[in-house]
Design a protein around this ligand. Structure first.
Ligand SMILES: Cc1cc2nc3c(=O)[nH]c(=O)nc-3n(C[C@H](O)[C@H](O)[C@H](O)COP(=O)(O)OP(=O)(O)OC[C@H]3O[C@@H](n4cnc5c(N)ncnc54)[C@H](O)[C@@H]3O)c2cc1C
Ligand code: SF4
Ligand code: SF4
Ligand code: SF4
Length: 504
């Protein structure tokens, strides 16, 4: 299939990663904005030599789902320099990773502002230049020919850090074809990227003819958890407003103005292609309170050995946390954000009144300016379902998935017991079903407990566990008497029951 046919069939397939425009040997692909203000490739057929390279490079056309070898390690981190954290959206992890590359004479690529406050991918070769790449810009960044520049730097043997959205990292990886030891790729947990046309009109409107000195989408003046957009002027102070009170942020966070591909995003976990993913450690005060001071904490997900090596060298304080903080607090890592049901109307209005984008934004903003972001709840339910599906996939690949049925165990006993299982059954997936005390499942991966699910102590739920998680061996504590129904069920499944004792 050709890229133009793919886009004609479903615009949401194209993330606008620009890999096709970068690979074209005739430079005959230009990125043209549609009526919503998002860029899509347009081929000049007079110049095209039909080499097919644009089709081969497109990460959407060639999309194959990834099955991870194991669940990635997750950390909370903070940069020790208070100024760095003040200027970063989360815990300053992007800066800490960049510092390693810059110290070795390397170069950083990421999203920055140009002289008109439009968002573009650009580079930094020292800490002063890095300032422009620091901080989230909630707009789709224009890649331009940055992938080509990355390749030149890599071929020259320079250390390179490329940062961007997961679809941009996928675009770069696809463009480069081979792996480079001197490349570190860092993507972000991505809610989605709004229309550049909307942003550019918004920032002109806010400036009102005054010169802007700084734009900060995530000012921490009132704390990281209470962040707000802040635009500072050379001659007239600053504009600041909370996410639900600001015209632009409202439309963004309500899922009204993001790119269509963001709502069916192909590059969520486990399909991200980066070495490391960084995001906000929302909820850290509950699961890792030592790293909460309301000045910003990062969540870091490590996908490769290279990513782990860089993280271990980075100037960061932090600790490992469970993978299950992700579906609970940051579902966008796993599930695309849900479009608001007014999205279509918004862009229909914009198409009819392309010269009045601010009026269109105001129309939707005034419908309910103070409403709390509504999609979070649905998002969490969907993320939890997807997370369960990932765990099932993960469990399925293990040759042995062992189920232990035990009496209720207290914290110490369970820790010792889990430790013993991990030693004796290394490489197996394991589940502990505590048959008294409300029927708790504890799922154990090769190294550490990753999730606790509470379930009903019914035959049905045990049956579901055995079927869905592909249990292959069952051990039952001698203190437990299984019902005849359960024994029959297990016999029919050809699962002989072995006995053991937790308390010897
Ligand atoms: C559009 C967008 C949506 C996001 N959604 C979420 C979310 O739902 N949940 C969550 O936990 N975190 C989200 N993040 C990530 C978060 O806001 C921080 O960017 C991230 O945690 C890094 O913070 P830091 O303190 O390490 O470094 P910072 O210095 O704050 O991070 C800067 C990094 O972000 C990259 N970046 C900034 N803007 C863009 C852009 N427009 N396109 C591509 N790359 C960009 C830069 O290249 C750089 O690598 C999002 C970021 C963006 C840009
Ligand atoms: S087929 Fe080749 S020349 Fe034509 S647009 Fe695609 S990459 Fe360019
Ligand atoms: S390579 Fe990227 S920009 Fe080009 S068609 Fe594919 S998804 Fe769209
Ligand atoms: S949500 Fe997906 S498609 Fe949208 S910008 Fe992020 S990675 Fe790209």
């Amino acid at each position: 299939m050709k890229i133009e046919d793919m886009i004609a069939a479903n615009r949401a397939d194209c993330s606008g990663c620009e890999a096709c425009a970068n690979i074209c040997p005739k430079n005959c692909i230009s990125m043209k904005r549609d009526a919503e203000g998002f860029a899509y490739p347009k081929i000049d057929h007079e110049v095209c030599i039909k080499c097919g390279r644009c089709e081969k490079v497109c990460p959407a056309l060639n999309f194959k789902p990834t099955i991870p070898a194991e669940l990635p390690e997750v950390f909370v981190t903070i940069h020790p320099d208070a100024k760095v954290r003040r200027h970063s959206s989360s815990g300053g992890t992007f800066t800490a990773l960049s510092e390693i590359i810059l110290n070795s004479g390397g170069i950083i690529f990421g999203a920055g502002f140009n002289e008109n406050w439009h968002v573009v991918h650009t580079s930094a070769e020292n800490l002063d230049e890095l300032e422009n790449l620091r901080g989230s810009k909630y707009v789709q960044s224009q890649i331009g020919y940055v992938y080509k520049r990355v390749k030149v730097e890599l071929e020259n043997g320079r250390q390179v850090l490329f940062s961007g959205t997961p679809c941009q990292c996928a675009g770069l990886k696809s463009f480069l074809v081979k792996d480079y030891d001197n490349l570190l790729t860092v993507d972000i947990i991505c809610h989605g990227t709004p229309s550049p046309f909307i942003w550019e009109n918004y920032i002109d409107y806010r400036a009102g003819g005054h010169d802007i000195a700084r734009v900060n989408f995530r000012s921490k003046r009132f704390g990281w958890t209470n962040n707000h957009i802040e635009i500072t002027f050379y001659d007239c102070g600053y504009y600041a407003n909370g996410t639900n009170q600001d015209l632009y942020q409202y439309n963004f966070l309500h899922g009204i103005i993001e790119r269509p591909s963001c709502h069916t995003c192909k590059f969520k976990f486990p399909n991200c292609k980066s070495d490391v993913t960084i995001g906000d450690a929302w909820g850290v005060q509950n699961f890792s309170p030592k790293f909460f001071d309301n000045r910003g904490t990062s969540l870091v997900i490590v996908h490769t050995a290279k990513g782990k090596n860089f993280l271990s060298k980075a100037k960061l304080a932090g600790q490992r946390v469970s993978f299950d903080v992700l579906p609970a607090h940051n579902p966008c890592f796993i599930t695309p954000s849900i479009p608001d049901n007014r999205r279509q109307d918004f862009f229909r209005d914009l198409k009819n009144f392309p010269h009045l984008p601010i009026a269109v934004m105001q129309k939707y903003f005034h419908q309910n300016p103070n409403k709390v972001v509504p999609s979070g709840r649905n998002l969490k339910v969907e993320a939890t379902q997807k997370f369960d599906a990932i765990l099932r996939q993960f469990a399925k690949r293990r040759e042995k998935n062992i189920l232990f049925i035990t009496p209720i165990l207290n914290g110490n006993v369970i820790n010792n017991f889990v430790g013993k299982i991990l030693r004796d059954f290394k490489g197996s997936g394991g589940y502990i079903f505590q048959l008294q005390g409300g029927g708790k499942f504890i799922l154990v991966d090769a190294f550490h407990p990753i999730i606790r699910l509470s379930g009903e102590m019914k035959l049905n739920s045990l049956r579901d566990l055995i079927e869905n998680f592909h249990v292959t061996n069952i051990f039952v504590d001698r203190q437990i008497n299984l019902s005849d129904g359960l024994k029959n069920f297990l016999e029919n499944r050809n699962l002989p029951v072995k006995s053991f004792e937790v308390h010897k």
